[in-house]
Design a protein around this ligand. Sequence first.
Ligand SMILES: Cc1cc2nc3c(=O)[nH]c(=O)nc-3n(C[C@H](O)[C@H](O)[C@H](O)COP(=O)(O)O)c2cc1C
Length: 323
Amino acid sequence: MAANSDAIAFRSALGAFTTGVTIVTTRDGAGVDCGLTANSFNSVSLDPPMVLWSLARTSQSMDAFRGASHFAVHILAADQEALSNGFAKRGADKFAGLQIERGASDVPLLTGCTARFQCRTAYQYEGGDHIIFVGEVIAFDHEDRGPLLFHGGRYALAARKAAMLTACDTGAQPAGSFGEDFLGYLLGRAHFQLYGRMQKSLSEHHLDATDHFILSVLGINDGRTAAEIEGVIGYTGAHITPDRIASLAARGIVRTDPTDRLWLTGTGRRTLVELAAAAKAAEEDALGAFDENETALLKHLLKHVIRSTDPGLPDPWAAQETP
Ligand SMILES: Cc1cc2nc3c(=O)[nH]c(=O)nc-3n(C[C@H](O)[C@H](O)[C@H](O)COP(=O)(O)O)c2cc1C
């Protein structure tokens, strides 16, 4: 490809093909572990079982793979992005601190992956600026974990189309009216319905949603003032009145100290644990139709919406200095 712009366009067009992400490892003649991130992996043959991947001629691992009798391909799980980035760096000691198992010919095997294929190097082919390695699979293992994807030069997560389609299946809306796909409606309705599942538990403790927010914020970082708590839950529009604090204190759920900081009592902590169990059960019911990967994707996208609409509220999970 002559012009540089053509090469960039070619790369970008290739990026339209969504792939998984693998790490390919081997051990060189001197007994040094080598490996790199690769998405050129593909299946070749079922009988005999064969796979391929290609390695850039510029790779520092080239001599190791060319001379290796065996290599291993690890298909990465959705939560292994950091591992992928670590093995996409040149020269670094990529295996430092990792839990390693040993496969055929002492090839290093990584853990926590979706699938692993141990291969005997069967063929090597010239492939332009890459060398194509074809491996005969001599052993493999597989765990049911959501995969890490690569699309358009970025990491991505997989979601089953049927589930997403059902969620997005909307008809045309008359102009000026809110449709079923209006984000505010979707978020609001999902919130109220999910929270509605918790009402029973809140009522049993004679608490309302604002009380629950207060206990939750103290559960993350105890010993905050009412104003600090109100800052953190500002997005709810709730106001923490002195009467509300007095009521929580009278019921032995929180106590205030001379500097007007609020602390959870033993009763308060127990109440919070029971409410957390109810919240967890409501969450599990709500997400029952999703697999682990879709759940991660949904939460990831919601966090994105929260960030893009944040008016600058304090982070409830930020560590604060103990007063
Ligand atoms: C998602 C992703 C996929 C990659 N796929 C390949 C590939 O298929 N072949 C390749 O040679 N390099 C690929 N790379 C680049 C190598 O991981 C990177 O150049 C690495 O530094 C090579 O390490 P080495 O020089 O120590 O062998 C990929 C990188 C990323 C992030």
